[in-house]
Design a protein around this ligand. Structure first.
Ligand SMILES: [Fe+2]
Ligand SMILES: [Fe+2]
Length: 411
């Protein structure tokens, strides 16, 4: 039976009882809630609705949720269906293997740099669920135009790893074109995309002094962007629930930390030191075995110990680079420490955790939550912020307040 629903605002969303959401089933629509009179995006379409999601609704005292009118056609089917049996390739070794293989062969790019009617000489793919589909076929010998239908594709846009130099050339030629380079958002996204490429190269070759210099330069460009316009943080982040890649995560944590540094009025020189440390905070992951980083299933105690070692490995790597300022090391060494003393590697607590460590810890946790994993959906920014804020005592409360305010515009 269909529940009663009614129109609630001019943007035509309809309300349904929160109780009607089915645990164990993917949501066929985006779910919104009303928070102090403002509509906020709480759950992403496609995300499995779990007992934890249900708990969050209960804790917040939410009894009614909203969905977009144009997605209302899916309600009746949804409400009459039962829970999905298998909702994650986590349970399916063959699917997981295929998914890991795709991810290894491809590189994730930002769709916002793909401008309609522009020529490209590399193919484009879209990650749909755990499958990959070609959406543009192109090569150095035969280029293709980006059409509007390509831009409508939903899901992560990928290129072949071997095409990364061609993509890099594409970004640079875009920046040379006056019409595009005059747009501040294109400039910011290009800086972000170039940073991802440099971090990806650094993860493959962490001893490269040249790449360290390049990343410092890009951090400076990001800071300039943010000083000119604080809203450019939204262009510098890869926002929508993307699949986890260490390079994208690293750049996001760098951007979020720089943003927080700007918001608390740090001096430019200090923000540079914070930014480079935050951007390279997980560089130690380059030293970990592939099987642990990409394991299907939970890590056992020994594997978890190895994973935690990325902090110390990161320090070791960065010590070989004279260009890294001493202050930046706090971001690398302390991003998993918690004010309560429950973090790692040194179980530091309270004031023993330096400012750069505290900032990077918040940025790291927030980005991890808004990232998708085969066994975990991407949380919306609002949902992620409510989780970080609830971890009482783990994070610096004043910084957290500023962080939430800084990202408050994201619905
Ligand atoms: Fe980490
Ligand atoms: Fe991290």
């Amino acid at each position: 039976m269909v529940t009663k629903y009614r129109e609630i605002d001019t943007e035509s969303r309809i309300a349904i009882d929160a109780d009607k959401l089915i645990v164990g089933k993917r949501l066929p629509f985006d779910v919104f809630v009303k928070d102090r009179g403002i509509i906020k995006h709480l759950f992403n379409k496609g995300m499995p609705f779990t007992n934890i999601s249900k708990e969050i609704l209960k804790e917040k005292g939410i009894s009614e949720v909203y969905i977009l009118n144009n997605e209302s056609h899916s309600i009746e089917n949804y409400l009459s269906a039962t829970a999905d049996k298998k909702i994650s390739p986590y349970d399916n070794p063959a699917l997981f293997k295929q998914y890991s293989f795709y991810k290894d062969e491809h590189y994730q790019i930002d769709k916002n740099l793909l401008l309609s009617n522009t020529k490209i000489n590399f193919s484009l793919f879209v990650l749909e669920g755990f499958n990959i589909k070609t959406i543009v076929e192109a090569s150095e010998k035969s280029s293709a135009l980006i059409t509007d239908s390509v831009l409508d594709a939903e899901g992560d846009i990928l290129i072949k790893k071997s095409d990364m130099p061609l993509y890099h050339n594409y970004i640079n030629s875009l920046l040379k074109e006056k019409a595009a380079s005059d747009k501040p958002d294109i400039k910011a996204i290009a800086i972000k995309e170039n940073s991802k490429i440099v971090i990806k190269d650094l993860l493959d070759d962490p001893r490269s002094g040249e790449k360290i210099k390049e990343s410092k330069l890009l951090v400076n460009n990001m800071i300039d962007c943010m000083f000119q316009n604080r809203d450019s943080i939204y262009n510098l982040l890869t926002l929508r629930g993307y699949d986890y890649y260490t390079y994208t995560h690293s750049v996001n944590v760098g951007v979020l930390s720089i943003g927080l540094g700007v918001a608390i009025d740090l001096k430019k020189g200090d923000i540079e030191k914070l930014g480079i440390g935050a951007m390279l905070h997980d560089i130690g992951k380059s030293a970990l075995p592939h099987e642990i980083l990409n394991k299907q299933g939970k890590l056992d105690d020994i594997e978890y110990k190895v994973l935690r070692n990325h902090v110390i490995e990161g320090e070791k790597i960065l010590r070989t680079h004279k260009e890294i300022p001493e202050e930046s090391f706090a971001a690398v060494l302390q991003h998993h420490e918690k004010l309560t003393g429950k973090g790692y590697p040194f179980q530091l607590s309270g004031n023993d955790i330096k400012l750069f460590g505290r900032i990077t810890a918040i940025a790291d946790c927030y980005d991890a939550l808004t990232t998708r994993r085969p066994y975990k959906p991407a949380f919306t920014p609002f949902y992620a912020l409510s989780i970080v804020a609830e971890e009482t005592g783990d994070y610096d409360p004043d910084l957290l307040k500023t962080f939430i305010k800084m990202l408050g515009k994201i619905k």
